[in-house]
Design a protein around this ligand. Structure first.
Ligand SMILES: C[S@@+](CC[C@H](N)C(=O)[O-])C[C@H]1O[C@@H](n2cnc3c(N)ncnc32)[C@H](O)[C@@H]1O
Length: 272
């Protein structure tokens, strides 16, 4: 993500991905018909997404969750994905995000499900994560924002029950300075961190999905540009365009991969 952040900073969008930026994004996106159409076209279903997970990957993820499991989702935005997974799996889920406007939207929308579906504001870097003994900790395109992968994995691992698991969906790009092997299963930066900490895990390949995702993301942001503008939501479209050129280039060059890592709790690991 650092490479992308540098790239967007070059485009005069240094504040992109900040808490204030995400609040503005979800304040607008929750009410935007153009955004709903964009998500439907790009992801296959409108869940007010801002990550890279399409419906096929989402269905696979839902199939990994078992009824009644205690799940923590980090970086849940305004919780449409969380709510969808809750509906499909009948888990007991707590979603966390630092964008308080997004969390307020999720809480207001799902009040009648609060027995098993909850949302809370938390900064994943600065705050202690609430609760413990989770069966599953879930991260969909949010792990990049927590800094060092090794430290993050240790922090999340400490919140799992023995026998629990983390499910992390993440992309990897190859920049010119990276070895070709970085795109191979077992060799991404996430793999390196997992292996350094002796985690046992399996990884599922969603590379084709993410490459298709960015090509569609690029295409539909342009197709729907005038609709976004007519709503007064050019911000949303520009936000997408600020990143989709960079990702589409990587998708077309074949220098972008994606994996879902399913990681067993490591009882021997102290919190980093
Ligand atoms: C790329 S979006 C992914 C959102 C959602 N998981 C999805 O796939 O559509 C990243 C999310 O992480 C949240 N986030 C980023 N940095 C954070 C931090 N330090 N603490 C808490 N949430 C953070 C953002 O507010 C945003 O909702």
């Amino acid at each position: 993500m650092n490479e992308l952040m540098n790239h967007t900073a070059d485009m005069g969008q240094a504040e992109m991905f900040s808490k204030a930026w995400y609040n503005e994004y979800f304040r607008r996106a929750a009410e935007s018909p153009a955004h709903a159409r964009f998500c439907e076209a790009v992801y296959g279903r409108d869940l007010c997404q801002h990550g890279m997970m399409d419906v096929e990957e989402m269905d696979f993820l839902a199939s990994l969750l078992k009824t009644g499991e205690k799940v923590l989702e980090i970086g849940c935005s305004n919780g449409h994905i969380t709510e969808h997974l809750h509906e499909k799996s009948a888990c007991n889920i707590l979603g966390l995000d630092y964008a308080d406007i997004a969390i307020a939207q999720a809480q207001a929308r799902t009040r009648d499900k609060a027995a098993t579906l909850n949302f809370r504001c938390a900064d994943l870097i600065q705050d202690e994560l609430p609760g413990d003994d989770y069966d599953v900790i879930l991260s969909i395109d949010s792990i990049y924002f927590m800094g060092d992968y090794n430290k993050t994995l240790a922090k999340l691992n400490a919140k799992l029950r023995p026998g629990g698991r983390m499910i992390i969906a993440a992309f990897q790009v190859k920049e010119d300075s990276d070895p070709d092997t970085i795109l191979l299963p077992g060799h991404t930066r996430m793999d390196e961190a997992l292996q350094a900490l002796s985690f046992r895990y399996v990884q599922h390949d969603f590379t084709q999905n993410i490459r298709n995702h960015w090509i569609k993301n690029y295409e539909f942001s342009r197709t729907l540009q005038s609709e976004f503008a007519a709503e007064g939501n050019a911000f949303l479209c520009e936000a997408r365009m600020a990143e989709n050129g960079w990702f589409k280039d990587h998708a077309e060059r074949g220098t972008l991969v994606r994996f879902m890592y399913v990681i067993d709790h490591n009882a021997d690991l102290a919190q980093g």
